[in-house]
Design a binder for this molecule. Structure first.
Ligand code: GLN
Length: 489
């Protein structure tokens, strides 16, 4: 049962070939068996899962089944879940139990899913390997003996889905945190258009960039999850009115049968160093798209290589402001000091890990009166230029493709400097700055047997076509990401 896709499982659930309770038990025993090794869950919720499953079975039996009734999922531990500890992988929120439900997790409840637990991540979603988690890093189920990263920040979600410890999961993508981890775990991960999915109740990192999105094993499954997540929310002022993503079980081809499509390749990325495997697989998939009738054109996003620098000013600036709320006064950790200021200092010094502290220092510095104009405003201008360049690039093509990262998963004990970690986001951050939709889809296996991903990027709100093209790439790459094959029975 662990190898079923969401689409397949829904069919079997509806025909009563399997029950939600059986399916949930299969996942719970899988979590029992591999949960500690993968460290993909911070909090497991088996009782809740079985109660959800029983309710789903009842609805299926009396003909009131919902969109995702009985599907076991993992919720990134950044989404507030009422009555269930929500940590953001930080000591600061180690014992925080929200009294409210985030919009996204509520939508999954309303769709009938089974909650298996809260998945691990980088502390406050800041990182690339999920190593900044207060609860230790999750492990990539591919070649598990090598102890590779499952990526970050949504690394617990990708570890869980790739290993068969959840059928699908939520992620958030501020600078690549869905797409990068998916690319190195053989999964499909989508950063939808900014504004399509509500951020309400999701622990804030950089509010103008944070984007909830789906993580799944196939493009169809990702589309199905997105259809549940998308929608206008009056509680999030950046949520787009009339935001919608409608999907009914199968993405329609946009290539073949003489269909015309212009696909852009970003010129500025040509000289960025990537592994030979990434290069070869990317070119192979482009050739496949060509043979399906796509026209490949070169497009230019002149400032795209400055996206990293702009991102690492804007994201920390917003983070420093968002994280000012953790002061030990209202909720979260409190370390008593001799006076108010000392309590602030002690609480924040003990509650935040090194990377989070680094970001707040950078953020506070770039927002200071002497740096604001030269750093923050300059970064904001670069952001605007990148956004405009994407818009003009889309005058010359329908969709854009590019790699998701430079190489396959690295060992968790790789000793990279902060700047080397930041550089890994080169291919992903620009799409967050521009707010455009981008999906990472497997493009094949490298010579070391590990998966690699490539991105499809579209105009704002062209999320459907982004996924449609990704489906063609998925079909051409045809990697085998069945969890029992990757991690064992
Ligand atoms: N790696 C990036 C960072 O550390 C992206 C994180 C994210 O998308 N949440 O900021």
């Amino acid at each position: 049962m662990i190898n079923l896709t969401i689409v397949e499982a829904l069919k079997k659930l509806k025909s009563r070939e399997i029950s939600a309770t059986e399916l949930t038990h299969a996942y719970l025993s899988r979590i029992e068996k591999y949960g500690d090794k993968l460290n993909c869950y911070i909090t497991r919720t088996p009782e809740r899962a079985l109660a959800d499953a029983a309710a789903a079975d009842e609805r299926i039996a009396n003909g009131t089944a919902r969109t995702l009734d009985g599907i076991p999922i993992a919720m990134k531990d950044l989404f507030a879940t009422k009555g269930i500890r929500t940590t953001a992988a930080s000591r600061m929120l180690e014992n925080f139990v929200p009294e409210y439900e985030s919009t996204i997790s509520q939508k999954f409840i309303d769709a009938g899913t089974v909650l298996l637990g809260k998945s691990n991540l980088d502390e406050f979603a800041m990182g690339t390997f999920s190593k900044t988690s207060y609860f230790g890093a999750p492990v990539n189920p591919w070649q598990i003996e090598k102890h590779l990263t499952a990526g970050g920040s949504s690394g617990g979600s990708t570890s869980a889905v790739a290993g068969g410890l959840a059928m699908g999961a939520t992620g958030t993508d501020t600078g690549g945190s869905i797409r990068f981890p998916c690319s190195i775990t053989g999964l499909v991960g989508m950063k939808p258009t900014y504004g399509l999915c509500s951020r309400w109740g999701c622990v804030a990192f950089a509010s103008s960039l944070d984007t909830p999105g789906p993580i799944a094993r196939t493009v169809n499954d990702a589309a199905l999850l997105l259809s549940v997540m998308a929608g206008h929310d009056t509680k999030d002022s950046t949520s787009t009115p009339n935001a919608k993503f409608e999907f009914d079980s199968e993405l329609k081809p946009i290539l073949g049968d003489g269909k015309k499509l212009r696909i852009g390749v970003i010129k500025e990325f040509n000289n960025v160093q990537i592994s030979d495997d990434m290069k070869t697989l990317f070119e192979k998939r482009i050739a496949d798209l060509k043979s399906l009738g796509a026209e490949i054109v070169e497009v230019s996003i002149p400032n795209i290589l400055d996206a990293l620098a702009a991102y690492y000013i804007i994201a920390p600036a917003e983070a420093s402001s968002n994280l000012a709320r953790y002061d030990g006064m209202r909720y979260g950790l409190r370390v008593e000091g001799v006076d108010l200021e000392d309590t602030y200092k002690k609480t924040r010094a003990a509650g935040f890990g090194e990377e989070v502290q680094r970001r707040m220092l950078i953020g506070t510095a770039v927002l200071s009166s002497e740096s604001y104009e030269v750093y923050f405003m300059q970064a904001a201008r670069v952001r605007r230029m990148i956004s405009d360049s994407f818009a003009s690039a889309f005058d010359n093509c329908d969709l854009i493709v590019c790699p998701s990262g430079a190489s396959t998963a690295l060992p968790l004990d790789s000793d990279l400097t902060p700047l080397e970690y930041y550089a890994l986001d080169l291919f992903t951050v620009a799409m967050n700055l521009a707010g455009v939709p981008a999906v990472s889809v497997p493009c094949g296996l490298a010579s070391n047997g590990l998966p690699l991903g490539m991105q499809v990027v579209g105009r704002r709100f062209d999320d459907m076509r982004v996924l449609q093209l990704a489906k063609h790439i998925e079909t051409a790459a045809a990697i085998d990401n069945r969890p029992t094959k990757i991690l064992g029975e």
